[in-house]
Design a protein around this ligand. Structure first.
Ligand code: FO1
Length: 322
């Protein structure tokens, strides 16, 4: 890829943050912006919780709890233990270090600061050269309609452990939501070389972003190639309920279904090598790669392949345009 180009990544929590970490290692300092889903956000114990944003911040700063995939490494749980002793709500677990982030975010939001400024400032204070921004400063909430009734996202995901059968997913507030100023500045960058849709759950993490009209419109007209990375390997997600939700919604559990969902937005799709036989069936150009990211080397290798693919697409486009 153009070593001077900047990169914009769209991501949810754990799976997406892994590729974001790879991109951070490959793209030069100050040239990566990660825009994160906030449909998972909720108010809990009087606190403003932004799980995907925090997972991204912690992962990029090397502070994430690798075992859990969320929260902080070397965490203590005194707050949670005392809360339980008092009979408080304990289904959603907040570690002591993590708690500080929620308390400070809640205070600053209450003082009128936009979420994007708070998150950008947290990123700087955690020592990141990568810019981390929420998809919007407005309130968007992912609502899961299930056989057990209507559930807010974290009730479905954590309290009900994704068990109830999903009948529909909606993103309350997305239609009215706007892009933050800090995001608009990034979208205007003349050196933007690639937009990467990380291998996050399309229905729970990427669709809430795409449901915001400003995002969809910008992605459709974006000059830089938009590349999506498959979250499915051989019909299963590495982690999380993507395949289960697809089955429940009556969708074929295939990267083809996901690429079709992104039709009109993506210029290329990265498919896992296990699914290489599907490649001829895609409308968009396809790159076959190993998308399983266990080590930092895996993450950086995939990031390089994605960016090389974007550059290849850009070059091919400039040839066909004369
Ligand atoms: N996930 C769980 O499965 N159980 C929890 O108790 C839990 C707490 C939690 C606290 C802070 C945070 O940032 C994330 C947390 N998560 C927890 C993860 C979160 O529910 C999911 O990772 C995302 O919302 C889905 O991407």
């Amino acid at each position: 890829m153009n070593p001077r180009g900047s990169v914009l990544a769209l991501s949810g929590g754990i799976g997406g943050a892994k590729l974001a970490l790879g991109l951070q290692g490959v793209v030069g300092p100050g040239r990566l912006t990660v825009v994160v889903n906030t449909g998972d956000d909720f108010e809990h114990l009087g606190l403003a919780i932004s799980p995907d944003v925090d997972t991204t911040l912690y992962t990029l700063a090397g502070l994430a709890n690798r075992e859990l995939g969320w929260g902080r490494e070397t965490e203590s749980w005194h707050f949670m233990e005392e809360l339980e002793r008092l009979g408080g709500e304990s289904w959603f677990r907040l570690g002591d270090k993590d708690l500080a982030v929620h308390v400070e975010r809640t205070r600053r939001l209450a003082a009128g600061e936009p979420l994007s400024e708070i998150v950008a400032d947290f990123a700087r204070r955690l020592g990141l050269a990568t810019q981390v921004l929420p998809m919007t400063d407005d309130r968007v909430r992912t609502i899961v309609e299930t056989a057990a009734g209507t559930l807010s996202f974290q009730r479905y995901f954590v309290q009900h452990r994704c068990e109830p059968r999903v009948t529909a997913i909606r993103y309350a507030g997305a239609e009215q939501a706007q892009l933050p100023q800090a995001v608009l500045r990034e979208l205007d960058r003349p050196d933007l070389a690639a937009v990467v849709i990380c291998p996050s759950n399309p229905y729970l993490s990427i669709e809430p972003i795409l449901a915001i009209p400003g995002w969809r419109a910008w992605l459709r007209s974006c000059r830089a190639p938009v590349i999506a990375v498959s979250p499915l390997i051989g019909g299963e997600a590495v982690k999380g309920p993507t395949a289960k939700i697809m089955r429940e919604l009556g969708l074929e559990v295939s990267p083809l279904t996901i690429a079709r969902r992104y039709a009109g937005i993506i210029g290329g799709f990265v498919l896992d090598q296990v699914d290489a036989a599907l490649a001829p069936r895609f409308e968009a150009p396809v790159q076959v790669a190993s998308t399983l990211m266990r080590t930092l080397e895996d993450k950086e290798r995939l990031a390089r392949e994605v960016l090389d693919f974007a550059e290849f697409i850009l070059t091919a486009r400039s040839h066909t345009q004369g």
